[in-house]
Design a binder for this molecule. Structure first.
Ligand SMILES: Nc1ncnc2c1ncn2[C@@H]1O[C@H](COP(=O)(O)OP(=O)(O)OP(=O)(O)O)[C@@H](O)[C@H]1O
Ligand SMILES: Cc1ncc(C[n+]2csc(CCOP(=O)(O)O)c2C)c(N)n1
Ligand SMILES: [Mg+2]
Ligand SMILES: [Mg+2]
Ligand SMILES: [Mg+2]
Length: 317
């Protein structure tokens, strides 16, 4: 659907990079601006009984600021579309704004405007802007066979947090619950990857395999992931143990890392033999071909799909 819709939008001379990546790049007479937008819908992206207003503010900002970082850019500003039911407590909007402000500050950005309307469904539409500071944008389409594939940031924690909440386990496991409520994208790693010569980059919103699939498709390459290079953190292993004890576990810690979305880690490809700082973990290589494999096999898992019913996105609530 996105491909059909975006095919209808012609570019002008000011569009340096149009739809299809984590963010667009638009020329202004005095420079370039990176621009992106993502929505949060109550019941679909958050629940008010699972997340505080402040949490939702953090998450709304983080989800968008991560797309700026994923281009190799520095976040500069956010605009906030706020569609609220008439009975939303004012305090909720206040606290939401504090979360938004604080997450922006953590990324070096500021809230510069927005809009408020009434709506049956609480919906938050954020536009984030960013600055490349002279660098070329790191797109999804530059991965080449032989490149290293590396990630930085959390993998699987947010999805495990969501599974705990679905299972009624809202106590303990702070790593996973916090990752769901307030994802922590590694913002500085985006421009860092650009400086290190990254050939492609994406933030992990829908799941590692699915989002690497976007790099593979855009670049016309395959990506081979080695599961032995993905090390589930203790907090994730413990959350899965709790889910198993409650009779809920459906996935292994590794599966959460491969298919869990919403942590907004960054995945990037780098030329062969690039020496990467510690925070980047090499998890595979770019190969000739197409699609993403794990240990040489086509994985059964993929990731989040808004229009497909899966155990994770059915309306069980
Ligand atoms: N309705 C739309 N109209 C125009 N462009 C769109 C529309 N929906 C998505 N796009 C564009 O398609 C590309 C892919 O969008 P997508 O939302 O999948 O990316 P993302 O924000 O990185 O992922 P996520 O939404 O999971 O965080 C982006 O460049 C986006 O701007
Ligand atoms: C209440 C509730 N139910 C399910 C989920 C899981 N979820 C929603 S959207 C998404 C992928 C990224 O979204 P997008 O592609 O819109 O950026 C995921 C994993 C949630 N966060 N809250
Ligand atoms: Mg993205
Ligand atoms: Mg999006
Ligand atoms: Mg996004």
């Amino acid at each position: 659907m996105i491909a059909r819709v975006t095919a209808r939008f012609p570019a002008t001379e000011n569009v340096l990079l149009g739809p299809g990546d984590d963010a667009a790049v638009v020329r202004a007479a005095d420079g370039r601006v990176v621009a992106t937008t993502d929505l949060l819908v109550e019941g679909r992206h958050f629940r008010r009984d699972w997340s505080s207003a402040r949490d939702v503010g953090h998450k709304a900002a983080a989800q968008n600021l991560a797309d700026i970082a994923a281009m190799g850019a520095y976040p500069t500003a956010l605009l906030v579309g706020f569609a609220a039911p008439a009975d939303l407590p004012t305090a909720w909007a206040d606290e939401f704004s504090v979360g938004l402000r604080d997450e922006c500050a953590a990324a070096g950005a500021a809230v510069v405007g927005g809009d408020v309307v009434s709506s049956d469904t609480l919906t938050i539409a954020i536009t984030a802007l960013g600055d490349l500071r002279g660098a070329a944008p790191v797109r999804r389409d530059g991965a080449r066979p032989g490149d290293l594939v590396a990630v930085t940031g959390n993998l699987g924690l947010a999805a495990a947090g969501l599974a705990l909440l679905h299972a009624g386990q809202a106590e303990g496991h702070p790593d996973c619950l916090t990752a769901h409520r307030r994802p922590a994208p590694p913002y500085p790693a985006g421009p860092e990857a650009a400086r290190l010569g990254a050939t492609a980059m994406i933030d992990i919103s829908d799941g590692l395999l699915q989002d690497l699939g976007h790099i593979a498709a855009a670049s016309g390459v395959g990506i081979a992931v080695r599961s032995a290079d993905l090390h589930p953190p203790a907090g994730l292993v413990e959350a899965v143990e709790t889910l198993i004890r409650g009779g809920n576990a459906v996935r292994s810690p590794l599966d959460y890392m491969l298919a869990g979305g919403e942590d907004h880690a960054l995945a990037a490809t780098f030329p062969p033999r690039t020496s990467l700082p510690r925070q980047w973990t090499v998890i595979g290589t770019v190969v000739d071909g197409d699609g993403v494999t794990v240990d040489g096999a086509i994985p059964k898992l993929s990731g989040w799909d808004h229009f497909r019913r899966t155990p994770d996105n059915s309306d069980r609530s």
